[in-house]
Design a protein around this ligand. Structure first.
Ligand code: NAP
Length: 459
C-alpha cells in the first residue's frame, strides 16, 4: 500500500466516525448545529483526500464542478426560505440519486462493471438512483407549485406495477448477460427514470414529506452500492448511513401519519377527497381583546404552531406573547406535531430560532394527555394536525393519523386568515366545535394584537 493510499484509508475511517457522530448529534435540537458541522467537516475531508487517489485525471474539470456545485449550494442555502426547505431537500436528494445513477452509467459505458456481484450492485444502484432522481424532481416541481399537486393516470396502480416489472426485467437481463449492449443500458435507464416520475405523479397532499424521505433512503442505498462498484469506502459508509437514517425517518413519519408506505404509494390522498358529508355547525369568531382576556386569565395555555406560523414568520411574536403570559402567572407550553409545517422538525427549528427553551416544547405523545387540563389551546396556523376527523371519521382520508388533541382543551382559539382548508384539502371539524373560536388574521398581526391587549390588562 502506498503512503497516499494509506492516508486516504485512514482519512476515510475518520470521515466515517465524523458522519456517525454528526448524525447522532443531529438527533437533538440542542446539539444539531454541532452535528451539521461535524458531518460537513467529514464531507470536506472525504472530498479533499480523494484528490490523492493515484491516477486521478481531469483535475481541472473536477475543481470546476466542485466550485460550480459548491457555489450553487452555498447560494441556495443562504437564500432559500424556511417554508421552501422541503423543495430544497427534495432536489438535493434527487441530485444524490442522479449522481449515483450517472456513476453506474459511466462504469457500464467504460466496461468497468464485471463479475456477478459488482454487476448486480451497479444495476441495483442505477435503478434506485434513477428512480430517486426523477421522483425527487417531480416532488420538487409539485412542492414548488410548478406542477399540479396530484395527477392520476388511468389504471395508475396497474401502470406502476407493469412499469416496475419491465424495468426490473431489463435490470435482471443486464446482470445475466454480463455485457449488455449500449441500447439495453439506455433503455434500462430510461425506464427507471420513467418509473420514478410515474410513481410520484399521483402522490400529493400530506404524503409528500414521507415520499421525500423515502427517496432520501433510496439515494443513500444507491450511493452505497455505487461506492462498492468504485471500491470507495467513504461512499459506501455515507450511503449506508444516509440509507439507514432515511429508512428510519420514513418509518417514523409514516407512523406519525398512520399511513402504511403501501397506502402512500398506491392510495395517495389527492386533496379532492373530503371527509364524509358537510360538518354541522358554524365557525364562531372572537376578537383580539377577548382572545387576550381568555389567555391572560387562564392557568394553562398550550400553543399549537403550524404551517401558518411559519408562513407569517410569527415565531418571535408568539414567544413574546408566551413570555408576557408567563409573567402574568400563566403556564405556557408548546405542542409540536411530527408533521406540522412542511418538513420534519419545522416547528422545532422556528421555535428554537425565536429562543423558546427546549423544556417548554413537547411532542405529541408527551402533551396530548394535558389538553383536557388546559384552559386554552391556541392553534396558530395549524390545521390538519389538529383535525379531529382523524380520530372520529372512518371515511376521512386522514382517519387514523395521530393528531394533537387541541379540541379536548376547555377553550380553543384558532388563528388563521380565513376559512381555508389545510394542506390535505380536508375541512377541519375542530373549527365548528362549541368550544372553538376563530381569531381571523395573519398570525404575526393577530398575535401582535393579542400582545397589545394583554399588556393593557397587565397595566
Ligand atoms: P396546514 O394543514 O398546512 O394548515 C396551515 C393553515 O395555516 C391553513 O389552514 C391556513 O389557513 C393557515 N395559514 C396560512 N398562512 C397563514 C398566515 N399567514 N397566518 C395565519 N394562518 C395562516 O398546516 P399544519 O397543521 O401544520 O399541517 C401540516 C400539513 O402539511 C400536514 O397535512 C402534513 O402532513 C403536511 N406536510 C408536512 C410536512 C412535514 O414534514 N412537516 C411536509 C409536507 C407536507 P388560511 O389560509 O385560512 O389562513
Amino acid at each position: 500500500m502506498t503512503g497516499a493510499t494509506w492516508l486516504i484509508n485512514i482519512s476515510y475511517f475518520v470521515v466515517a466516525v465524523l458522519f456517525i457522530l454528526g448524525l447522532k448529534a443531529m438527533a437533538s435540537p440542542v446539539s444539531a448545529r454541532k452535528g451539521i458541522v461535524w458531518a460537513g467537516a467529514g464531507m470536506v475531508l472525504a472530498t479533499v483526500v480523494t484528490f490523492l487517489t493515484p491516477g486521478m485525471q481531469n483535475m481541472l474539470l473536477i475543481v470546476l464542478a466542485l466550485a460550480l456545485g459548491g457555489s450553487l449550494a452555498w447560494w441556495s442555502g443562504k437564500v432559500v426560505k424556511m417554508t421552501d426547505m422541503p423543495q430544497m431537500v427534495a432536489i438535493y436528494n434527487g441530485m444524490g440519486g442522479g449522481a449515483a445513477a450517472a456513476i453506474a452509467a459511466l462504469e457500464f459505458a467504460r466496461g468497468h462493471v464485471t463479475g456477478p456481484v459488482v454487476t448486480t450492485l451497479a444495476t441495483l444502484g442505477a435503478l434506485i438512483g434513477a428512480v430517486s432522481f426523477s421522483g425527487s424532481c417531480v416532488a420538487w416541481a409539485k412542492l414548488q407549485g410548478v406542477m399540479q399537486k396530484a395527477f392520476r393516470l388511468p389504471a395508475q396502480n396497474a401502470v406502476n406495477v407493469v412499469l416496475g416489472l419491465v424495468t426490473i426485467g431489463f435490470g435482471v437481463a443486464i446482470v445475466l448477460s454480463g455485457h449488455p449492449s449500449p441500447l439495453h443500458i439506455i433503455l434500462f435507464f430510461a425506464l427507471a427514470l420513467l418509473l420514478g416520475a410515474v410513481l410520484t405523479l399521483p402522490i400529493g397532499g400530506a404524503d409528500m414529506p414521507v415520499v421525500i424521505s423515502l427517496f432520501n433512503a433510496f439515494t443513500g442505498l444507491a450511493v452505497g452500492f455505487e461506492g462498492y462498484v468504485l471500491g470507495n469506502p467513504a461512499l459506501i459508509i455515507a450511503g449506508i448511513v444516509v440509507g439507514a437514517a432515511g429508512t428510519l425517518l420514513t418509518q417514523l413519519m409514516a407512523k406519525a401519519m398512520n399511513r402504511p408506505l403501501t397506502n402512500i404509494l398506491f392510495q395517495p390522498i389527492t386533496g379532492e377527497a373530503q371527509a364524509g358529508g358537510a360538518i354541522a355547525g358554524s365557525m364562531k369568531e372572537v376578537s383580539g381583546l377577548d382572545a387576550a382576556a381568555m389567555m391572560r386569565y387562564a392557568q394553562k395555555v398550550i400553543v399549537v404552531p403550524g404551517y401558518g406560523m411559519a408562513v407569517a414568520g410569527a415565531q418571535h411574536k408568539v414567544w413574546e406573547m408566551a413570555q408576557l403570559l408567563e409573567k402574568e402567572g400563566v403556564e405556557v407550553k408548546f405542542a409540536i406535531h411530527p408533521v406540522a409545517g412542511r418538513m420534519p422538525g419545522h416547528m422545532n427549528v422556528l421555535l428554537a430560532e425565536a429562543g423558546v427553551p427546549y423544556d417548554k416544547i413537547f411532542d405529541l405523545e408527551e402533551i396530548n394527555a394535558e389538553f383536557p387540563l388546559a384552559d386554552v389551546a391556541l392553534v396558530i396556523g395549524a390545521n390538519d394536525v389538529v383535525n379531529p376527523v382523524a380520530r372520529t371519521d372512518k371515511s376521512s382520508p386522514i382517519y387514523g393519523m395521530p393528531i394533537l388533541d387541541a379540541d379536548k382543551a376547555q377553550n380553543v382559539i384558532v388563528i388563521k386568515r380565513g376559512k381555508g382548508a389545510g394542506y390535505s384539502g380536508i375541512e377541519n371539524a375542530l373549527f365548528y366545535e362549541d368550544n372553538c373560536r376563530m381569531l381571523y388574521g395573519s398570525a404575526q398581526q393577530a398575535v401582535a394584537d393579542v400582545i397589545a391587549h394583554v399588556k393593557e390588562m397587565a397595566g
